[in-house]
Design a protein around this ligand. Structure first.
Ligand code: G16
Ligand code: MG
Length: 223
């Protein structure tokens, strides 16, 4: 039976996917690189340097390690300028209620975010205390779609991966959840998240009872 729910942060709990997207778009424009919706979708859930590598695929030359660090710092400055002003208003609709409902059902709550800004964001939005265990990019070696981050969250919660449900807005994140041996709930457009067992438009449509009614999270999600 289901014992824990592990949430992604950006684009699931916090309205930051658009802020990351805008910061990358601004950087791309400044250095003369192409940026479209499809590229933006590929960057979701991927860590900072990994995202930059994807962006630089569109460049006609190679960049030194020093240049790459400078560019990723610049993107982070643009991003930080925006999230410095964040508060509970930037919680996505239903996010607080969904997390609270998992706790109220007696399950554990984890966070698996690729963002190094995750601890700051949780503080700003006033929800840091709702999580039993938090894994951010600073605690892991390999980025989503590698399973490391979700496995680390399950281990930290003391729950076997098969008894966890992962919630993600990015294709890379759904792949990470599945590689960890967990069932996945996608948040967003079904077309972009076709691999997830179920797709919801947002956490406002999340009902924990739908997932705890079965002995088998996979079956519960699929059904
Ligand atoms: C997030 C975003 C990604 C972002 C990454 C790194 O992950 O989805 O777009 O590139 O974090 O963020 P930062 O530059 O703040 O370290 P998640 O896993 O919370 O969706
Ligand atoms: Mg995300």
């Amino acid at each position: 039976p289901l014992q824990a729910v592990i949430f992604d942060l950006d684009g699931v709990i916090a309205d930051t996917a658009v802020v990351h997207d805008a910061a990358w778009r601004k950087l791309a424009t400044e250095i003369g690189l192409p940026f479209d919706r499809q590229l933006g979708e590929r960057l979701k859930g991927v860590d900072r340097l990994g995202s930059l590598e994807i962006l630089l695929e569109g460049a006609g030359r190679s960049y030194s390690q020093q240049e790459k660090l400078a560019l990723s710092d610049r993107k982070n400055d643009y991003y930080r300028e925006q999230i410095e002003r964040f508060g509970p208003e930037q919680l996505l609709p239903g996010a607080h209620e969904a997390i609270a409902s998992v706790r109220a059902a007696g399950l554990k709550v984890g966070l698996a975010s690729a963002s190094r800004n995750a601890p700051l964001l949780l503080e700003r939005m006033g929800i840091a205390g709702l999580f039993d265990y938090i894994v951010d990019a600073a605690n892991i070696q390999r980025s989503k779609p590698d399973p490391e981050i979700f496995l680390a969250a399950a281990a930290g919660l003391g729950v076997p991966p098969a008894a966890c449900l992962g919630v993600e807005d990015a294709a890379a994140g759904i792949a990470s959840i599945h590689a960890a041996g967990m069932a996945a709930v996608g948040i967003g457009q079904p077309a972009a998240l076709a691999q997830a067992e179920t797709v919801l438009s947002g956490l406002d449509a999340f009902r924990i009872d739908d997932f705890i009614s079965s002995e088998e999270p996979w079956l519960a999600v699929a059904g």
